[in-house]
Design a binder for this molecule. Structure first.
Ligand SMILES: [Zn+2]
Length: 383
């Protein structure tokens, strides 16, 4: 049995196929609201249960509770605002039904429960711990507008997504886990191509559970992270060349990175529980950016949540290559001094690749590095 969905049951807000025509006909009389990509992806995540127990975009009451108490109003832990933000007051009213469109086509129906203004800087400070526009997550939040609309949604039709073959819904991953006989599954969050540190954590997962679910973010990321297709292909290479393929499942998570560090680690764990994971890996500076968060803030937050989120969190400290151990290790498993340790830095790997150099093999496997090097030569052409 996979993990129970967060909040008890998997939310399903997808309009059945047979009802679609009728709903679309009805929706042709509703006011329309065009969504941006992030919002359109969140609609799909809400509808398919990725964000269970959420059934829609947050009202002011829900947002304030999440921002200041890290819980939904009913007390269930939730750490990241899921908002439909707008630059100005919308034309419709509370109680209206609205047709949410993406690229001009109706994708979902919103039952408007709340229309409100956001105190952007206060929310940013509460959620991200800063209101600095140097922070890519905060900068994005501030730029998306100070109005918000809350209410439940119904998905009519998903958008055309170039990554759709890489996406699975929680109902699907749960079936796969069951079919493969996995009772315990470790979820692994990533936004980047795999280096040796990631591999060390994934192998830990493979040692302790029946299966490993590698679930890279295929949504908005800051411009110096690898693009989604490159990440997926690099993972395919790693899995097919080195891992027991029947013990690993690779699928993307189509949502924007928020770079909210510790709060996003909790959000990422909840989402993986909805996919059916029983365990979730949180490494050093999970979902962090620059020096905005302490290296282990994302570990400590799990100890001060108001209640348990019901997924086993595997907290792993800094992973490095140790010359004396002749392999990857962490400060929990290696007794040698700092001079023997080579820390894996994605920033350094990227910099070297961008300059056409192969990074040290203690940091990244040469075959993966050569694949990524080719990615840099594609850049500028359409990949
Ligand atoms: Zn050592």
């Amino acid at each position: 049995m996979a993990a129970e969905p967060y909040g008890g049951h998997l939310v399903n807000r997808v309009i059945p196929e047979r009802e679609r025509e009728r709903v679309l006909e009805e929706a042709s009389r509703f006011p329309r609201l065009e969504m941006d990509m992030d919002t359109a992806l969140d609609v799909e995540n809400i509808a398919t249960g990725v964000f269970s127990p959420l059934k829609g975009f947050m009202t002011k009451e829900e947002l304030e509770s999440v921002a200041h108490n890290m819980t939904l109003p009913d007390g269930l832990v939730w750490t990241i605002p899921i908002l439909l933000q707008l630059p100005q007051r919308p034309q419709f009213q509370k109680g209206d039904r609205v047709a949410l469109t993406f690229r001009g086509k109706v994708r979902a129906i919103l039952e408007v429960k709340d229309i409100y203004t956001l105190d952007l800087l206060t929310i940013a400070k509460a959620v991200w711990g800063t209101d600095s526009t140097e922070h890519p997550g905060v900068n994005k939040f501030l730029s998306r507008g100070e109005w918000a609309v809350g209410g439940e949604i119904w998905l009519v039709e998903k958008m055309e997504n170039p990554y759709s073959v890489w996406l699975l819904e929680p109902a699907e991953t749960r079936k796969i886990f069951q079919y493969r006989g996995w009772k315990t599954v470790v979820g692994f969050q990533t936004r980047n191509a795999p280096h040796r540190g990631h591999e060390y954590l994934q192998r830990l997962g493979l040692e302790i559970a029946d299966g490993l679910f590698i679930n890279p973010v295929l949504g908005w990321k800051k411009s110096d992270d690898f693009d989604s297709l490159t990440v997926i292909k690099a993972y395919q290479l790693l899995i097919n060349t080195y891992y027991p393929v029947d013990r690993v499942l690779l699928a993307g998570l189509a949502t924007a990175m928020r770079y909210a560090g510790p709060r996003e680690a909790v959000f990422h764990a909840i989402v993986r529980k909805n996919f059916g994971c029983t365990h979730f890996v949180v490494g050093r500076d999970h979902a962090g950016v620059g020096n905005f968060y302490g290296p282990y803030d994302a570990h400590r937050i799990f100890d001060r949540l108001p209640s348990s989120i019901g997924i086993e969190v595997i907290k792993v400290s800094d992973v490095f290559y140790c010359r004396k151990c002749e392999g990857m290790a962490s400060s929990k498993s290696c007794g040698h001094s700092e001079e023997e340790r080579i820390y894996v830095s994605m920033t350094k790997i990227r910099k070297m690749l961008a300059e056409g150099e192969l990074p040290p093999e203690e940091m990244i496997r040469p075959d993966i590095a050569r694949f990524l090097l080719r990615h840099y030569s594609y850049q500028g052409t359409s990949l």
